[in-house]
Design a protein around this ligand. Sequence first.
Ligand code: HEC
Length: 195
Amino acid sequence: MFATYRPHLLSTLIAVGIGATFLSASDGHGQSAVDPTSAVDDSGNIQVPDVNYRKDWVALGTWAVAADEGVLGSNGMHVVYTQEETISAYLETGQFPDGAVLVKELLGTETAEMTTGTISRASDIEGWFVMVKDSTGKFEETNGLWGEGWGWAYFGADNRVETTTTDYEGECLGCHVPAQDTDWIYTQGYPVLRQ
Ligand code: HEC
């Protein structure tokens, strides 16, 4: 499906083993932590999760970007996914658990006349935004991608492992201020999180 996506059976098996440990661990805040290792390593380096999140994670919601004035349809779609365990924990506690990974796909669109009307559909990947929850702040002193309880990174469509961003404060945070009261996440776009 992705030109650069190569599932490795071995890493999947290892991830399943680690996942079991994480799910039984507590993050020190009385919540169960979720396994973030598909998206972050021991040093806090972030990548687009090395899983088939479209199939194996849950789609939180889609944002449709309006086309220019006078043009019909959508100019792009942002589809956001997370682990199933993150949704279960959020519904229980009202908070994102440590290890929660949110991946926002940027997709191009094609618009056509269909039997339902003028309809836009998703086309190719243009990039990803990834956030990883860590309320302990363990990477915040050493890695400029971490702060406010999250790791923050952007990836262009050609490289899902190396981020092109270096500074979450300058490159991400300002735009997320309107969502500060909901832990910097635009939760109003995600119907599955509504109690
Ligand atoms: C130009 C403003 C802007 C910038 C810059 C920005 N964001 Fe966002 N982000 C938004 C908005 C608005 C949404 C929700 C609506 C949308 O997708 O358009 C969002 C949604 C997201 C989501 C989906 C979860 C959520 O919060 O709803 C992730 C993940 C995300 N952004 C990560 C990042 C990261 C990481 C950076 C920096 C590398 C970043 N964003 C920079 C405005 C921005």
